[in-house]
Design a protein around this ligand. Structure first.
Ligand code: HEM
Ligand SMILES: [Ca+2]
Length: 362
């Protein structure tokens, strides 16, 4: 189609709609001052924040109760951060909230847009759509609406359904944990990865969660769901109990398994369900499609999913009956999981985040 484009006031961009101009400038600013065009913690935080804001919504409470992807997690930060499920989210808010001073966008638009922009720096993510026009939230989300890893998996499914998501849609969304760390769950440790490739959106996550564990990083000792094979624990990997529970639940096991070594499916399902996350509680028909302002993602790494060295098909725990893909096993000793997006294994050497990381966590 041949759309007529308008010139934006910044003199640089053109847009299909005036309302999208600000998002072109915002994308540039996010990339230069927040993400630095790198798939590092800021990008991971921004994605987590988009989910935590959106999921604070309940169909049961009725349409007038507010909530969803409305920026309330920033606007009512003092209230919402008391929810234990928001542990660590203060950092995500600090990363981007300052932009509200210079850009005429709502908090809800900022959160969902920042997530879409941030993940374009991580190889393998799809390009998400972005619709603009979320009014600022007027009430804080109720505490307790955000799932915790230790919650019973059936309760997590009920909670997700009450926000409009099927169990299999949660399985699709959890791909986000392929680029993630915990900064709060393990004693005296930050940046504890959920898979061996924490800076790449790939199906190593879906594979590694399926491996029978025998070791837990403290303090979660004894919780079978949180255990990972020694070869991975030795490298500092952890598993969220809820990820494991979803991977073996009869309602989701086959969906989970279908993502292993299937980058295209992972991408398309993640993009489809994130499009729903981004507008929870909103009237999408009154919003403006500004997807054009989301940068092109960096391409996927195109490496087949493989068993990390020291693991193998013999420790797979499979519940789904469909055939499991045949994968190679990495040879040799377990390799160290990178702590930096450029592959460096020492977080103190990660350019250019080094200084900020130290300041934040010392
Ligand atoms: C059952 C649902 C979920 C539970 C229980 C859960 C729980 C958690 C927990 C406990 C962490 C670690 C936080 C920390 O200690 O710093 C985490 C990290 C993360 N979560 Fe989830 N999560 C869920 C679903 C999702 C969804 C649907 C998304 C996005 C679509 C998401 C995105 C992320 C990301 C990107 C991180 C990494 C943040 C970082 O590296 O700093 N999570 N999640
Ligand atoms: Ca990964």
């Amino acid at each position: 189609a041949n759309y007529k484009r308008v010139a934006c006031p910044d003199g640089v961009h053109t847009a299909t709609n005036d309302a999208c101009c600000v998002f072109f400038s915002l994308a540039d600013e996010l990339q230069s001052s927040v993400f630095k065009n790198i798939c590092f913690e800021e990008a991971h935080h921004a994605l987590r924040l988009s989910f935590q804001d959106a999921i604070g919504f309940s169909l049961q409470d009725g349409p007038t109760s507010g909530g969803g992807a409305d920026g309330s997690i920033i606007i009512f930060e003092n209230t919402e951060l008391k929810d234990p499920a928001n542990s660590g989210i203060d950092v995500a808010i600090n990363d981007i909230a300052f932009l509200l001073q210079n850009f005429d966008v709502t908090a809800g638009d900022l959160i969902q847009f920042a997530a879409a922009v941030g993940i374009t720096n991580c190889p393998g993510y799809p390009r998400l759509e972005f619709f603009a026009g979320r009014p600022n939230g007027t009430v804080a989300a109720k505490s307790g609406l955000i799932p915790l890893p230790q919650d019973d998996v059936d309760e997590i499914f009920v909670r997700m359904q009450d926000a409009g998501f099927a169990p299999t849609e949660l399985a699709s969304l959890l791909a986000a944990h392929s680029t993630g760390h915990s900064n709060t769950l393990i004693d005296n440790r930050i940046q504890v990865p959920f898979d061996t490739t924490p800076f790449t959106f790939d199906s190593q996550f879906y594979l590694e969660v399926l491996l029978k564990g025998n070791e837990t990083l403290p303090p979660s000792s004894g919780e079978a769901g949180a255990q990972v094979p020694n070869a991975l624990a030795a490298q500092g990997e952890m598993r969220l109990q809820s990820d494991f529970a979803v991977s073996i639940h009869p309602q989701t096991a086959c969906a989970w398994q279908s993502f292993v070594n299937n980058q295209e499916l992972m991408q398309s399902e993640f993009a489809a369900v994130m499009a729903k996350v981004a507008v929870v509680g909103q009237d999408k028909s009154s919003m403006i499609d500004c997807s054009e302002a989301v940068p092109m993602p960096v391409p996927p790494v195109n490496k087949a999913t493989s068993f990390p060295a020291g693991t193998g098909p013999e420790i797979l725990q499979l519940v789904c009956n469909s055939p499991f893909p045949s994968l190679t096993t990495d040879p040799g000793q377990p390799t160290t999981i990178p702590e930096c997006p450029d592959g460096d294994t020492n977080v103190n050497d990660c350019p250019p985040m080094k200084k900020r990381l130290k300041r934040r966590f010392n």
